[in-house]
Write a new protein. Structure first.
Length: 164
C-alpha cells in the first residue's frame, strides 16, 4: 500500500521529537535525514541488481532493525551506514556525516540505546516500497518538509527550500 504524505510527515516529526533536547535542529537534522535516506533506498532498491543505489549485505535498514535494543546500536548503525557508503562512491561523505555513537548528543549507555531503538522503530513503520508511481518524489517531499521545519526551529525560515 502506498505511503501517505501525512503518515510520512507525522513519522518524521516523531523522529525529530525523539532527538530534541540533546542537540539543536541544525545537528539532529543529519540523523533524521540519514535514517530517512537509508530506509528509502532499502525499501526501493534492496535486492534489485539494476538499482541506482547498491544496498549491500549488512548495509540496509533491516540491519538497523536487527540492532534495536543492542548495547552497541550506535556503533552498529555507523557500520551499516559505512557499508552503504562504501558500496556507492557517490554517497561517501554525504550519508556518513553523523556519529550515531556520540554520547554527548544521543545520551550515555541505556539512554542512547533507548533513543536509537525508538528512532529506528519510527522509520521501521514506514514503507516506501509501495510507492511506485511515475514521478513519485516522496523522498524530495520529505526533505522539503524537514528543511522547512528545521529552518523554522533554527529561526531562519526565510526563503523557500527545494531539493537539489
Amino acid at each position: 500500500m502506498a505511503l501517505k504524505k501525512s503518515e510520512l510527515y507525522s513519522s518524521l516529526w516523531k523522529s525529530c521529537d525523539e532527538l530534541r533536547g540533546g542537540m539543536d535542529a541544525s545537528q539532529y537534522k543529519d540523523y533524521v535525514l540519514i535514517l530517512l535516506f537509508v530506509k528509502y533506498v532499502s525499501d526501493k532498491y534492496a535486492g534489485d541488481p539494476n538499482a541506482l543505489i547498491d544496498v549491500p549485505a549488512g548495509g540496509g535498514f533491516a540491519d538497523m532493525v536487527a540492532a534495536k535494543g543492542s548495547k552497541e546500536i550506535g556503533d552498529r548503525i555507523n557500520k551499516i551506514i559505512g557499508r552503504l557508503a562504501d558500496a556507492n562512491d557517490s554517497l561517501k561523505g554525504a550519508i556518513n556525516v553523523a556519529d550515531f555513537n556520540d554520547e554527548e548528543k544521543l545520551g550515555k549507555a541505556d539512554a542512547m540505546v533507548q533513543r536509537l531503538t525508538k528512532l529506528v522503530a519510527i522509520f521501521e513503520g514506514l514503507d516506501f516500497g509501495g510507492n511506485r508511481a511515475e514521478g513519485d518524489d516522496l523522498l524530495g517531499d520529505a526533505y522539503e518538509y524537514l528543511m522547512r521545519h528545521f529552518a523554522t526551529e533554527s529561526g531562519k525560515s526565510k526563503g523557500q527550500f527545494y531539493t537539489p
